[in-house]
Design a protein around this ligand. Structure first.
Ligand code: AMP
Ligand code: MN
Ligand code: MN
Ligand code: MN
Length: 284
Protein backbone atom coordinates (compact mmCIF):
# COMPACT_ATOMS: atom_id res chain seq x y z
CA UNK A 1 0.00 0.00 0.00
CA UNK A 2 1.02 3.57 -0.59
CA UNK A 3 0.96 5.92 2.38
CA UNK A 4 -0.04 9.13 0.65
CA UNK A 5 -1.46 12.40 1.97
CA UNK A 6 -2.34 15.15 -0.49
CA UNK A 7 -3.92 17.79 1.74
CA UNK A 8 -2.40 19.47 4.79
CA UNK A 9 -1.51 22.90 6.15
CA UNK A 10 1.57 24.53 7.63
CA UNK A 11 1.82 27.82 9.51
CA UNK A 12 2.28 29.53 6.16
CA UNK A 13 -1.52 29.46 6.20
CA UNK A 14 -3.61 28.22 9.15
CA UNK A 15 -1.68 25.14 10.25
CA UNK A 16 0.27 25.04 13.51
CA UNK A 17 3.54 23.44 12.39
CA UNK A 18 6.25 24.98 10.23
CA UNK A 19 6.73 23.32 6.83
CA UNK A 20 9.81 21.57 8.26
CA UNK A 21 7.98 20.29 11.34
CA UNK A 22 5.08 19.16 9.18
CA UNK A 23 7.25 17.10 6.84
CA UNK A 24 9.18 15.65 9.79
CA UNK A 25 5.90 14.57 11.38
CA UNK A 26 4.71 13.06 8.10
CA UNK A 27 7.99 11.14 7.89
CA UNK A 28 7.65 9.81 11.44
CA UNK A 29 4.16 8.65 10.59
CA UNK A 30 5.23 6.77 7.49
CA UNK A 31 3.98 9.10 4.75
CA UNK A 32 5.79 8.36 1.47
CA UNK A 33 4.05 10.86 -0.81
CA UNK A 34 3.07 14.24 0.60
CA UNK A 35 1.49 17.39 -0.82
CA UNK A 36 1.56 20.60 1.20
CA UNK A 37 -1.61 22.51 0.33
CA UNK A 38 -1.65 25.77 2.25
CA UNK A 39 -4.61 28.07 1.76
CA UNK A 40 -3.94 30.63 -0.97
CA UNK A 41 -0.15 30.51 -0.63
CA UNK A 42 2.77 28.57 -2.05
CA UNK A 43 5.44 30.08 0.21
CA UNK A 44 6.01 26.89 2.22
CA UNK A 45 6.71 24.63 -0.73
CA UNK A 46 10.46 25.22 -1.10
CA UNK A 47 11.21 24.48 2.54
CA UNK A 48 8.88 21.49 2.67
CA UNK A 49 10.27 20.00 -0.51
CA UNK A 50 13.86 20.33 0.74
CA UNK A 51 13.07 18.50 3.98
CA UNK A 52 11.03 15.91 2.11
CA UNK A 53 14.00 15.17 -0.17
CA UNK A 54 16.18 14.50 2.90
CA UNK A 55 13.59 12.05 4.18
CA UNK A 56 13.03 10.32 0.83
CA UNK A 57 9.44 11.50 0.72
CA UNK A 58 8.04 12.18 -2.74
CA UNK A 59 6.90 15.77 -2.45
CA UNK A 60 4.06 17.31 -4.45
CA UNK A 61 3.71 21.08 -4.80
CA UNK A 62 0.17 21.92 -3.75
CA UNK A 63 -2.17 24.75 -2.83
CA UNK A 64 -5.78 25.06 -1.63
CA UNK A 65 -7.47 27.99 -3.33
CA UNK A 66 -10.53 29.76 -1.90
CA UNK A 67 -13.18 30.26 -4.56
CA UNK A 68 -16.65 31.76 -4.68
CA UNK A 69 -19.12 29.78 -6.74
CA UNK A 70 -22.78 30.82 -6.80
CA UNK A 71 -22.28 32.80 -3.61
CA UNK A 72 -20.71 29.89 -1.71
CA UNK A 73 -17.13 29.28 -0.71
CA UNK A 74 -15.57 26.25 -2.39
CA UNK A 75 -11.99 25.04 -1.95
CA UNK A 76 -10.04 23.91 -4.99
CA UNK A 77 -6.83 21.97 -4.52
CA UNK A 78 -4.07 22.40 -7.05
CA UNK A 79 -1.69 19.44 -7.16
CA UNK A 80 1.66 19.50 -8.95
CA UNK A 81 1.37 23.22 -9.55
CA UNK A 82 4.36 25.33 -10.56
CA UNK A 83 4.63 27.85 -7.70
CA UNK A 84 6.54 30.28 -9.92
CA UNK A 85 3.82 30.46 -12.59
CA UNK A 86 3.06 34.17 -12.63
CA UNK A 87 -0.75 34.16 -12.90
CA UNK A 88 -0.93 31.69 -9.99
CA UNK A 89 1.59 33.56 -7.88
CA UNK A 90 0.00 36.97 -8.49
CA UNK A 91 -3.52 35.63 -8.14
CA UNK A 92 -2.73 34.15 -4.75
CA UNK A 93 -1.22 37.45 -3.63
CA UNK A 94 -4.49 39.21 -4.43
CA UNK A 95 -6.50 36.61 -2.50
CA UNK A 96 -4.28 37.14 0.53
CA UNK A 97 -4.80 40.91 0.36
CA UNK A 98 -8.55 40.23 0.45
CA UNK A 99 -8.06 38.07 3.56
CA UNK A 100 -6.57 40.99 5.49
CA UNK A 101 -9.52 43.20 4.58
CA UNK A 102 -11.94 40.46 5.57
CA UNK A 103 -10.17 40.10 8.92
CA UNK A 104 -10.97 43.73 9.72
CA UNK A 105 -14.65 43.06 9.04
CA UNK A 106 -14.58 39.92 11.19
CA UNK A 107 -13.00 41.89 14.04
CA UNK A 108 -15.61 44.66 13.67
CA UNK A 109 -18.40 42.07 13.75
CA UNK A 110 -16.95 40.42 16.85
CA UNK A 111 -16.64 43.78 18.55
CA UNK A 112 -20.40 44.27 18.08
CA UNK A 113 -20.99 41.33 20.44
CA UNK A 114 -18.41 42.53 22.93
CA UNK A 115 -15.33 40.63 21.79
CA UNK A 116 -12.54 43.18 22.01
CA UNK A 117 -9.11 43.12 20.40
CA UNK A 118 -9.69 40.17 18.11
CA UNK A 119 -7.81 41.64 15.13
CA UNK A 120 -4.56 41.85 17.09
CA UNK A 121 -5.45 38.70 19.01
CA UNK A 122 -5.93 36.68 15.85
CA UNK A 123 -2.77 38.11 14.31
CA UNK A 124 -0.79 36.80 17.27
CA UNK A 125 -1.46 33.33 15.80
CA UNK A 126 -0.54 34.28 12.24
CA UNK A 127 2.75 33.10 10.78
CA UNK A 128 5.48 35.17 9.18
CA UNK A 129 3.68 35.32 5.87
CA UNK A 130 0.85 37.33 7.38
CA UNK A 131 -1.92 35.16 5.94
CA UNK A 132 -4.94 35.47 8.20
CA UNK A 133 -8.00 33.26 8.24
CA UNK A 134 -10.91 32.31 10.43
CA UNK A 135 -8.79 29.63 12.11
CA UNK A 136 -6.62 32.33 13.66
CA UNK A 137 -9.71 34.10 15.02
CA UNK A 138 -10.96 30.74 16.27
CA UNK A 139 -7.73 30.13 18.22
CA UNK A 140 -8.03 33.58 19.78
CA UNK A 141 -11.67 32.92 20.76
CA UNK A 142 -10.71 29.61 22.39
CA UNK A 143 -7.81 31.31 24.19
CA UNK A 144 -10.21 33.90 25.62
CA UNK A 145 -12.70 31.25 26.70
CA UNK A 146 -15.48 32.10 24.26
CA UNK A 147 -15.61 28.43 23.18
CA UNK A 148 -14.04 25.25 24.50
CA UNK A 149 -12.35 24.10 21.30
CA UNK A 150 -12.03 24.78 17.58
CA UNK A 151 -15.07 22.77 16.66
CA UNK A 152 -17.20 24.63 19.16
CA UNK A 153 -16.04 28.04 17.90
CA UNK A 154 -17.27 27.30 14.39
CA UNK A 155 -20.71 26.47 15.81
CA UNK A 156 -21.08 29.74 17.71
CA UNK A 157 -18.97 32.23 15.76
CA UNK A 158 -17.49 33.06 12.36
CA UNK A 159 -20.13 31.25 10.30
CA UNK A 160 -23.19 32.61 8.50
CA UNK A 161 -25.85 33.87 10.91
CA UNK A 162 -23.44 33.96 13.88
CA UNK A 163 -21.29 36.73 15.37
CA UNK A 164 -18.01 37.39 13.57
CA UNK A 165 -19.32 36.35 10.17
CA UNK A 166 -18.08 38.33 7.20
CA UNK A 167 -19.35 37.68 3.72
CA UNK A 168 -16.42 37.52 1.35
CA UNK A 169 -16.06 37.25 -2.41
CA UNK A 170 -13.12 35.04 -3.28
CA UNK A 171 -12.05 34.56 -6.89
CA UNK A 172 -14.14 32.76 -9.46
CA UNK A 173 -13.92 29.04 -10.05
CA UNK A 174 -12.65 29.59 -13.58
CA UNK A 175 -9.76 31.74 -12.32
CA UNK A 176 -8.51 29.14 -9.83
CA UNK A 177 -8.72 26.31 -12.34
CA UNK A 178 -6.92 28.38 -14.99
CA UNK A 179 -4.06 29.20 -12.61
CA UNK A 180 -3.71 25.57 -11.57
CA UNK A 181 -3.94 23.95 -14.99
CA UNK A 182 -1.99 26.79 -16.64
CA UNK A 183 0.89 26.03 -14.27
CA UNK A 184 0.79 22.35 -15.23
CA UNK A 185 -1.16 21.19 -12.19
CA UNK A 186 -4.32 19.21 -11.63
CA UNK A 187 -7.43 20.82 -10.12
CA UNK A 188 -9.31 18.84 -7.48
CA UNK A 189 -12.47 19.81 -5.54
CA UNK A 190 -11.55 19.64 -1.85
CA UNK A 191 -13.88 17.86 0.61
CA UNK A 192 -16.99 18.06 -1.62
CA UNK A 193 -19.34 16.90 1.14
CA UNK A 194 -18.50 19.96 3.26
CA UNK A 195 -20.54 22.34 1.13
CA UNK A 196 -23.91 20.70 1.84
CA UNK A 197 -25.00 21.05 -1.76
CA UNK A 198 -28.19 19.39 -2.93
CA UNK A 199 -27.93 16.87 -5.74
CA UNK A 200 -28.81 19.30 -8.52
CA UNK A 201 -26.46 22.02 -7.38
CA UNK A 202 -23.69 19.47 -6.86
CA UNK A 203 -24.17 18.18 -10.39
CA UNK A 204 -24.05 21.74 -11.69
CA UNK A 205 -20.78 22.29 -9.82
CA UNK A 206 -19.33 19.09 -11.26
CA UNK A 207 -20.47 20.02 -14.80
CA UNK A 208 -18.94 23.47 -14.57
CA UNK A 209 -15.77 22.20 -12.92
CA UNK A 210 -15.23 19.65 -15.71
CA UNK A 211 -16.02 22.16 -18.47
CA UNK A 212 -13.37 24.49 -17.03
CA UNK A 213 -10.72 21.75 -16.97
CA UNK A 214 -11.06 20.34 -13.43
CA UNK A 215 -10.31 16.62 -13.24
CA UNK A 216 -10.42 15.38 -9.66
CA UNK A 217 -12.40 15.24 -6.43
CA UNK A 218 -11.19 14.55 -2.93
CA UNK A 219 -12.97 11.43 -1.72
CA UNK A 220 -11.00 10.55 1.42
CA UNK A 221 -11.02 13.53 3.76
CA UNK A 222 -11.34 14.20 7.47
CA UNK A 223 -14.50 16.13 6.56
CA UNK A 224 -16.18 13.02 5.14
CA UNK A 225 -18.10 10.30 6.92
CA UNK A 226 -17.78 6.74 5.63
CA UNK A 227 -21.12 7.13 3.86
CA UNK A 228 -19.94 10.32 2.18
CA UNK A 229 -16.76 8.57 1.03
CA UNK A 230 -18.95 5.99 -0.72
CA UNK A 231 -21.22 8.62 -2.23
CA UNK A 232 -18.34 10.60 -3.70
CA UNK A 233 -16.52 7.47 -4.83
CA UNK A 234 -19.66 6.71 -6.84
CA UNK A 235 -19.67 10.17 -8.37
CA UNK A 236 -16.02 9.71 -9.29
CA UNK A 237 -16.61 6.32 -10.92
CA UNK A 238 -19.64 7.52 -12.86
CA UNK A 239 -18.20 10.85 -13.96
CA UNK A 240 -14.65 9.64 -14.48
CA UNK A 241 -13.11 11.93 -11.88
CA UNK A 242 -9.66 11.17 -10.57
CA UNK A 243 -9.77 10.58 -6.84
CA UNK A 244 -7.67 12.22 -4.15
CA UNK A 245 -7.13 11.67 -0.45
CA UNK A 246 -5.92 14.02 2.26
CA UNK A 247 -6.00 14.43 6.00
CA UNK A 248 -6.53 18.23 5.93
CA UNK A 249 -4.17 18.17 8.90
CA UNK A 250 -3.80 21.55 10.65
CA UNK A 251 -2.09 20.59 13.89
CA UNK A 252 -1.68 17.79 16.43
CA UNK A 253 -4.56 18.92 18.64
CA UNK A 254 -6.85 20.27 15.96
CA UNK A 255 -7.23 17.55 13.40
CA UNK A 256 -9.54 14.61 13.02
CA UNK A 257 -7.04 12.66 10.93
CA UNK A 258 -3.35 12.86 11.65
CA UNK A 259 -0.87 12.67 8.81
CA UNK A 260 -0.36 9.18 7.43
CA UNK A 261 -3.43 7.43 8.81
CA UNK A 262 -5.90 7.70 5.97
CA UNK A 263 -8.19 4.87 4.95
CA UNK A 264 -7.65 3.22 1.55
CA UNK A 265 -9.37 4.51 -1.57
CA UNK A 266 -12.59 2.68 -2.39
CA UNK A 267 -12.14 0.06 -5.13
CA UNK A 268 -12.61 0.99 -8.76
CA UNK A 269 -11.49 4.60 -8.33
CA UNK A 270 -8.63 6.02 -10.39
CA UNK A 271 -6.16 7.73 -8.04
CA UNK A 272 -5.17 11.29 -8.91
CA UNK A 273 -1.56 10.04 -8.68
CA UNK A 274 -2.05 7.20 -11.20
CA UNK A 275 0.36 8.73 -13.73
CA UNK A 276 2.83 10.35 -11.32
CA UNK A 277 6.40 9.12 -11.03
CA UNK A 278 6.41 7.47 -7.63
CA UNK A 279 9.55 5.48 -6.70
CA UNK A 280 8.86 1.76 -6.25
CA UNK A 281 10.38 2.02 -2.75
CA UNK A 282 7.34 4.08 -1.68
CA UNK A 283 5.07 1.12 -2.26
CA UNK A 284 5.37 -1.13 0.74
P1 AMP B 1 -11.04 30.71 5.94
O1 AMP B 1 -10.39 30.13 4.71
O2 AMP B 1 -10.24 31.80 6.56
O3 AMP B 1 -12.48 31.07 5.74
O4 AMP B 1 -11.02 29.58 7.04
C1 AMP B 1 -11.41 28.28 6.73
C2 AMP B 1 -10.72 27.35 7.70
O5 AMP B 1 -11.39 27.37 8.95
C3 AMP B 1 -10.73 25.90 7.28
O6 AMP B 1 -9.69 25.63 6.38
C4 AMP B 1 -10.51 25.21 8.59
O7 AMP B 1 -9.14 25.25 8.92
C5 AMP B 1 -11.25 26.11 9.57
N1 AMP B 1 -12.60 25.59 9.85
C6 AMP B 1 -13.73 25.84 9.19
N2 AMP B 1 -14.77 25.19 9.76
C7 AMP B 1 -14.27 24.51 10.80
C8 AMP B 1 -14.81 23.64 11.82
N3 AMP B 1 -16.11 23.36 11.85
N4 AMP B 1 -13.97 23.12 12.73
C9 AMP B 1 -12.65 23.42 12.70
N5 AMP B 1 -12.08 24.23 11.78
C10 AMP B 1 -12.87 24.76 10.85
MN1 MN C 1 -7.70 25.62 7.16
MN1 MN D 1 -10.69 23.35 2.87
MN1 MN E 1 -7.55 22.34 3.89
Amino acid sequence: MLNIDLHCHSNVSDGVLTPTQLVERAHRRGVMVLALTDHDDVAGLDEASRVAAEKNITFINGVEISVTWRGRTIHILGLNVDPDYKPLFEGLTSIRDGRTQRARTIADELEKVGVEGSFEGAFAYVGERGLIGRTHFARFLVEKGYAKDMKAVFKKYLVKGKPGYAHHEWIQLSGAIDWITGSGGRAVIAHPARYNLGKNVLNDLFDEFCALGGTGIEVISASHTREQVEIFADYARIRGFLVSCGSDFHGPDESFYDLGQLPDLPPGCVPVWHDWKIPAACLT
